[in-house]
Design a protein around this ligand. Structure first.
Ligand code: WTA
Length: 650
């Protein structure tokens, strides 16, 4: 953890200069790029729009007189055309998607294969009654049919809502209900740790919970067994076969039309739908893939995030395919069948760019450098991380043992809401400082401010705010001036800015303008780079019989960065049984990944005199931090009990 010796590196923290061999070939190597963007704002963003093909040119880059901000207004385009059709002339036989399945299978789609299947599935969706602007929910693990379905939706102008496959039936139903989504594409099941998970059962339970049910469900056969289908259920393979050879004209969408919806956790108990645009989002995903990940069409790119999260949307699917590269999908886990799985895949597929999460890097470190050491990783040109802070020790390990000190490492800060990377080094331009993400990207207005909204002095901690628009901003921010006021819990006063969005992260900034993101200041826990609202988990636990009260906070975890700690006061004595019921309830409400790592039973939760649970105090206890003054508590005597009840984390 920050402050803990093992979190940091023994090596002195000198800035790391980009390798010359990388700089020579980089997509963006102009040392003045930040100044140029600033001088040419907002026209600078034509560089991003120019990475796409527009069926109608836009009139203005940015309609700028404050919200609503409209990017590339007047422009029309189709995302599926941009990610597939336009590459056919030059690279129809190049691999677009290469998939490595959990059971060791591989499958590749050339751009021509992808074009055909996207068209066929788009025709099938139309045949089922899906119309422009209908929301189609996609609930699948990382199988090729998922990006195919995303692109098929984009082709007919039906925004998709991908729900992470590990989410529960309840979580799926909540999202479908909220999105008013009547169409579902799922699979019969998938394998987790060798055992099948019956995804279709979860989908069925979700459908039963929906007031209006589901209009049509398409089921991908992943398990290869005969899943009985009802009248309103269709087999993906049969549908595609029925529509074999059909083509569907890509629907022209306005730049400001919604491309997709994705749910994320915030401070409220309910997940929030974030709606991204066709022109702004896609050009931003393409631009950041080009400028930060340095992706070239001839590359094989591997972003290890699940497509169910925004990282997979932007950097497995839309960004890389818009640039016409080969994107790799991996369904499995990093340690199966062996702990060298990732390195074996990189070697076998000659991966050029690898983008992963600090959690994974910490696990690789723990497993030992002999695993990457036994593979030829010389195809790698650039390494990236995302999702949570990376400690300098893990950064250096990644740089040394994976990149052989010859690949820049980009530590990219961004959020579901931003659509793409916002703070990062430019790999051929900026020196890298292990542990610090870097400066705002060109054209991005990000700053660290104090509670009054004033920029902090170098070295001080403050709040990370975005103080200007960028093409990847979601529709909710484009449209509502008060979006930020509605969503923020700890609110620095940003009223002096023409427009601002508070990210709910805290950060420091150094004398060179490098931003180090410290973590969330709201009630969101970042477990292995995935966001969960503490309120969502708490309300699942509070419903368990035998639980009187529960409070959920984040605590330290060696590998995951943060873990879910639940403090529970119980009316039942059998703690073992209660623990199981709590785990089951969280699994049902959200999914296995949100199940608390630590459950502490206590006679009472610490409360203020007005009866509010002191969550901050619980968080300090979980983190072993100094508790400060506890005299405001109504029941200070529970503090000792809580401290001694914590498990030994060794
Ligand atoms: C955290 C994932 C430190 C941050 C793309 C943010 C990071 C939240 C970094 C968004 C990073 C993301 N350094 N923290 N490089 N990248 N975060 O919406 O707290 O799943 O607010 O988007 O992850 O998580 P989300």
């Amino acid at each position: 953890m920050p402050g803990d010796e093992s979190w940091h590196s023994a090596v002195a923290d000198e800035p790391v200069v980009p390798p010359a061999s990388f700089v020579e070939q980089a997509n963006v190597a102009d040392a003045d790029v930040r100044e140029n963007f600033e001088r040419e704002h907002p026209a600078c963003w034509e560089r991003a729009a120019d990475l796409l093909d527009w069926s109608t040119d836009y009139d203005t880059v940015l309609t700028e007189d404050g919200p609503p901000f409209r990017w590339f207004e007047g422009g029309r385009l189709n995302a599926s055309y941009n990610c597939v059709d336009r590459h056919l002339d030059e690279r129809k036989n190049q691999v677009a998607l290469t998939w490595e399945g959990r059971l060791g299978e591989s499958r590749s789609y050339s751009y021509l294969d992808l074009y055909r299947e996207v068209n066929e599935f788009a025709a099938a969706l139309r045949g089922l009654g899906v119309e422009e602007d209908d929301i189609v929910t996609l609930y699948m693990p990382v199988v090729p049919e998922l990006p195919v379905a995303m692109l098929a939706c984009a082709r007919i102008g039906a925004p998709h809502s991908v729900v992470f496959a590990g989410f529960s039936a309840d979580a799926l139903a909540t999202r479908m209900e909220d999105a008013d989504s009547e169409y579902l594409v799922t699979c019969d099941g998938y394998y987790r740790r060798g055992a099948p998970v019956h995804q279709k059962n979860k989908a069925d339970n979700a459908a039963m919970a929906l007031d209006d049910g589901v209009e049509a469900t398409v089921v991908v056969d992943r398990l290869g067994d005969d899943t009985p289908l009802a009248d309103d259920e269709y087999d993906y393979g049969e549908l595609v076969t029925e529509h074999r050879g059909e083509t569907v004209e890509p629907v022209e969408r306005d730049a400001t039309d919604q491309l997709f919806l994705i749910y994320t956790s915030g401070t409220t108990g309910e997940p929030t739908g974030v709606r991204h645009t066709t022109g702004g989002y896609l050009s931003y995903a393409a631009w950041t893939s080009h400028a930060v990940l340095d992706i070239k069409p001839e590359d094989t790119h591997w972003c290890s995030a699940d497509i169910g999260w925004i990282t997979g949307h932007s950097y497995t699917v839309y960004g890389p395919l818009a640039l016409g590269t080969t994107t790799m999908l991996y369904e499995g886990t990093p340690d199966h069948p062996e702990k060298d799985r990732v390195w074996e895949l990189i070697e076998r597929n000659a991966v050029d760019v690898f983008y992963t999460a600090p959690t994974a890097i910490r696990a690789f470190m723990k497993w030992g450098e002999e695993h990457p050491g036994s593979h030829d990783l010389s195809s790698l040109r650039l390494l990236g991380t995302v999702g949570e802070p990376i400690n300098p020790r893990a950064w250096k390990w990644y740089y040394t043992h994976i990149g052989d000190e010859d690949c820049p490492v980009v530590d990219t800060w961004w959020q579901t809401e931003t659509g793409g990377m916002m703070v990062s080094t430019l790999p051929a331009v900026d020196d890298m400082k292990p542990g610090s993400a870097g400066q705002p990207l060109p054209g991005v207005d990000a700053r660290v401010v104090d509670i009054d909204g004033e920029p902090v002095e170098p070295g001080e901690t403050g709040y990370l705010a975005l103080t200007g628009p960028w093409p990847g901003m979601p529709l909710s921010m484009v449209e509502h001036e008060d979006w930020f006021a509605e969503h923020a819990s700890v609110v620095p006063d940003l009223s002096d800015y023409d427009w601002a969005y508070f990210t709910e992260d805290s950060a420091t900034v150094d004398e060179d303008g490098y931003i180090t993101v410290l973590g969330r200041v709201d009630d969101v826990i970042n477990v292995s780079g995935h966001r969960f609202g503490t309120m969502e988990i708490e309300s699942a636990i509070a419903d368990v019989s035998g639980v009187a009260e529960a409070a959920v906070v984040s605590g330290p975890h060696d590998l995951k960065g943060q873990a879910v700690y639940a403090y529970v006061s119980a009316t039942e004595e059998d703690e073992g049984a209660l623990r199981e019921r709590i785990a089951g309830a969280v699994e049902d409400a959200i999914g296995p990944i949100a199940v608390p790592d630590v459950v502490v039973f206590t006679s009472e939760l610490p409360k203020t005199r007005s009866g509010k649970i002191m969550r901050r105090l619980l968080e300090d206890i979980a983190n072993g931090d100094d508790l400060g003054d506890t005299s405001a508590l109504r029941n200070p005597e529970v503090v000792g009990e809580l401290e001694s009840a914590l498990p030994d984390r060794g």
